[in-house]
Write a protein that binds this ligand. Structure first.
Ligand code: MTE
Length: 317
C-alpha cells in the first residue's frame, strides 16, 4: 500500500506513476508539506502504551493456523500501519500514547432489528474469547503470524438481527484528531472506513480482535477492538472500531476511496494479481531473510474460496 498525493490532485492525474510515492518517499514529501511536521510538533512523542492487561479464559480455536512460527511481540507492536498516528511503521507505537480507548462503545445501525449503542464490555461479555493464530498479509508484500484474541464477528453481528436487506457490513474507525495526530493531515479521508459483504462478515474466520499474545490490544494495534479478516490484505482489518452499519449497497472504503485503481473493495490476497506498481507473487515474512511465495487467499483458500465462486477475481479485486 502506498500513499497518494494529498487531495489537491485531480483524479485524472492520479493514473500517472509519478504522482504515486512509496511510503518512504511520501514521508520525505510530507515533511516538506508539513504533514509529518504536524505529527512531530504535536507534543505527543515517544510515549506509546507499553503496558497491556492480561486477558483471561481464552480458548484455543480449531481455526488457528498451525505449524508456523509466531512473529515476535515486539515486531507485531512496533511495525504497524495505523495512519491515524502517522505514516511510518514506527509512528503508531511512538505517537499513540495520548489515545484513550477506555471507556469505549460501538454504535450499530442500519438494516437490523436491534440497532443501538453498546459498551465494549457488554459487546464482549456473552462470548468466549478465542485465540486465533492467523497470517497477516499486508498489500505492501510483508507478512506476520499473529496470535490474536477475539470473537467470531458473525456471532456478534447476529445479536443485532440483520435484516434481509443487510447485504454488506460497514465499519468506521474513531475520529479524534486531538489524540490521533495523523488525523490532522489529509493523508487519507477520515474517518478510516472499511466494509465486507455480509457472507464474508459471517464467515467463521472473520473475527473482532480485542487482544494478542493473551493481552489486550495496545493502541498501535487497534485498541480496544479491531477487525481481522485473514484472507484479505491487512488494510481491510480496520482498527479502533466505533461504528458498525448493516447496509444494502457496497460501502465506501478508505483505500479504495484514495486510489481506486490500486485498492479494490474485495482485496483478497492473490499472488496472480499484481499491484499496479509491484508484484504480489512473493512476500517478506517479518523476521525472515528469504522471501516466501504468496498464497492464494493468504493460505485460507480451502475455507473461503467458495465465497467467490463464479467471480472473476482479477477484475473484482
Ligand atoms: N485501520 C485504521 N483505522 N487505520 C489504518 O491506517 N491500516 C491498515 C489496517 N487497519 C489501518 C487500519 C493496514 S494498511 C494494515 S496492513 C493493518 O491495519 C496493519 O495492522 P498491524 O499494524 O496490526 O500489523
Amino acid at each position: 500500500m502506498l500513499i497518494t498525493k494529498p487531495s489537491d490532485i485531480k483524479p485524472s492525474e492520479i493514473t500517472s506513476k509519478s504522482v504515486y510515492l512509496s511510503r518512504r518517499n511520501f514521508l520525505k514529501t510530507s515533511i516538506n508539506t508539513g504533514i509529518a511536521g504536524s505529527v512531530a510538533s504535536s507534543g505527543i512523542l515517544m510515549s506509546g502504551n507499553a503496558q497491556a492487561a492480561k486477558l483471561d479464559n481464552i480458548q484455543k480455536s480449531p481455526y488457528s493456523t498451525i505449524g508456523e512460527d509466531l512473529t515476535d511481540y515486539d515486531s507485531i507492536t512496533t511495525y504497524n500501519n495505523f495512519y491515524e498516528f502517522g505514516t511510518n511503521k514506527e509512528d503508531p507505537a511512538k505517537y499513540s500514547g495520548q489515545f484513550n480507548p477506555k471507556p469505549w462503545s460501538i454504535q450499530v445501525d442500519g438494516e437490523c432489528n436491534k440497532p443501538g449503542e453498546i459498551g465494549l464490555e457488554d459487546l464482549i461479555k456473552p462470548h468466549t474469547l478465542e485465540e486465533r493464530i492467523y497470517r497477516l498479509r499486508c498489500v505492501e508484500a510483508w507478512s506476520m503470524v499473529i496470535p490474536w484474541v477475539g470473537i467470531p464477528l458473525g456471532d456478534i453481528l447476529k445479536r443485532f438481527e440483520p435484516t434481509a436487506n443487510a447485504k454488506y457490513v460497514a465499519f468506521s474507525t474513531i475520529f479524534r484528531p486531538d489524540e490521533m495526530p495523523g488525523q490532522r493531515s489529509r493523508v487519507l479521508r477520515w474517518p478510516y472506513l472499511e466494509g465486507l459483504r455480509i457472507d464474508e462478515a459471517m464467515h467463521p474466520l472473520s473475527i473482532l480482535s480485542v487482544g494478542l499474545y493473551g493481552e489486550e490490544l495496545l493502541n498501535q494495534s487497534g485498541a480496544p477492538i479491531r477487525l481481522v479478516v485473514p484472507w484479505k490484505y491487512g488494510y481491510k482489518s480496520i482498527k479502533s472500531i466505533v461504528k458498525i452499519s448493516f447496509v444494502e449497497k457496497q460501502p465506501r472504503t478508505a483505500w479504495n476511496d484514495s486510489a481506486p485503481n490500486e485498492y479494490g473493495f474485495y482485496s483478497n490476497v492473490n499472488p496472480n494479481r499484481n499491484h499496479p506498481r509491484w508484484s504480489q507473487k512473493k512476500e517478506r515474512r517479518i523476521g525472515e531473510f528469504l522471501k516466501r511465495e504468496t498464497l492464494m487467499f493468504n493460505g485460507y483458500a480451502n475455507q473461503v474460496a467458495s465465497l467467490y465462486e463464479g467471480m472473476n477475481l482479477l477484475k473484482n479485486h
